[in-house]
Write a protein that binds this ligand. Structure first.
Ligand code: SF4
Ligand code: SF4
Length: 308
């Protein structure tokens, strides 16, 4: 019994567990902070490259991709979200994905379950990574075409036809928006209807579609860590384009690294970054979310973050 307690204590004290717990605390704290306006705290005028909820009336920050879609739709150059993506991307790569994004946090929680994780082959992984860029391209092309449409008479019809997707095509289906805004609002309306005898809120085909997407994302995250972030997230794709030029990076010490015998760093990486095939001096892989799991899992402490 005593030795089991000892093993548990030494596990809890390991740098891997300590950093993982710290990261969860940071992620949870930011989720609370982003919802702070609900608690009557003031709004923070900040646009961040993360996924939270642009539909929540009392949100504290804006999502860069949602703002970008709306600005393009209104024929305004999206300088604010572009500046945010550039600044955060150049300074810290996709660290916001690893430490702050609420949808990233929820996926990390889903991955804590005891489900048998699916090991996606490297070839399939490389092909699937491209899907998020295809989704991003589709979103931007749709927003640009809707923006241009307002200058012609036929275009107005096109804009009306694409309602309710027109203003922000991705946000209208975003699993993050469904989780943090649409579904809670639906439940709130439902409970008010039951208590006060109002008409029940309508379950629209769009709501059903949104819920199917959300459930699929959560289900996938339980079997493939950060599956949405790896393969589908258009905001992650935007951040990845910039993060390869990030000042923040990782370094692998070739003397300490016992590469032939161990692949622990790669095995622990939720984003399946091919760490051992990347340059040792510094790598800032577009898929890296700087969760530091590889840093703390390495038995010889061969990997370290570096800046710049
Ligand atoms: S890839 Fe998308 S969902 Fe994942 S952490 Fe980044 S912004 Fe959030
Ligand atoms: S390379 Fe390391 S820091 Fe980057 S995502 Fe993978 S485990 Fe996390």
């Amino acid at each position: 019994m005593k030795s089991q307690v000892g093993i548990l204590l030494s596990t809890l004290k390991s740098p891997f567990v300590l950093v993982e717990v710290a990261r969860k605390i940071v992620q949870f704290s930011f989720l609370v902070l982003f919802s702070s306006a609900i608690m009557g705290l003031p709004l923070i005028p900040l646009t961040l490259p993360i996924l939270f909820s642009s539909g929540l009336p009392n949100r504290a920050v804006e999502e860069a991709l949602s703002v970008m879609q709306k600005m393009i739709y209104d024929a305004v150059f999206p300088w604010l979200p572009i500046a945010s993506i550039l600044i955060f991307g150049v300074l810290s790569g996709r660290a916001l994905c690893g430490w702050i994004c609420p949808l990233g946090f929820i996926q990390d929680i889903m991955a804590l379950g005891k489900t048998r994780k699916i090991n996606v082959s490297s070839k399939t992984h490389r092909s699937l990574i491209g899907v998020k860029y295809a989704i991003l391209t589709l979103i931007l092309l749709t927003s640009i075409s809707l923006s241009l449409a307002q200058f012609s008479e036929g275009g107005q019809l096109y804009r009306r036809m694409l309602e309710p997707f027109a203003q922000a095509p991705f946000t209208s289906l975003s699993p993050s928006d469904t989780l943090f805004s649409v579904f809670p609002r639906f439940l709130l309306n439902l409970s008010l209807s039951i208590q006060l005898g109002f008409n029940y809120p309508i379950i629209t085909p769009l709501l059903v579609l949104r819920l199917i997407i959300l459930i699929a994302v959560l289900f996938l995250a339980a079997y493939i860590p950060r599956a949405w972030c790896r393969y589908l997230c258009p905001q992650g794709a935007l951040s990845a384009i910039v993060s390869r030029f990030s000042l923040l990076g990782l370094r692998r010490d070739p003397v300490r690294c016992i590469r032939a015998k161990c692949h622990i760093c790669e095995d622990k990486c939720p984003m399946k970054v091919p760490i051992l095939s990347l340059p040792r001096e510094k790598f800032a892989d577009p898929e890296c979310i700087y969760c530091l799991r590889c840093v703390t899992a390495c038995p010889t402490k061969a990997i370290k973050p570096i800046f710049p």
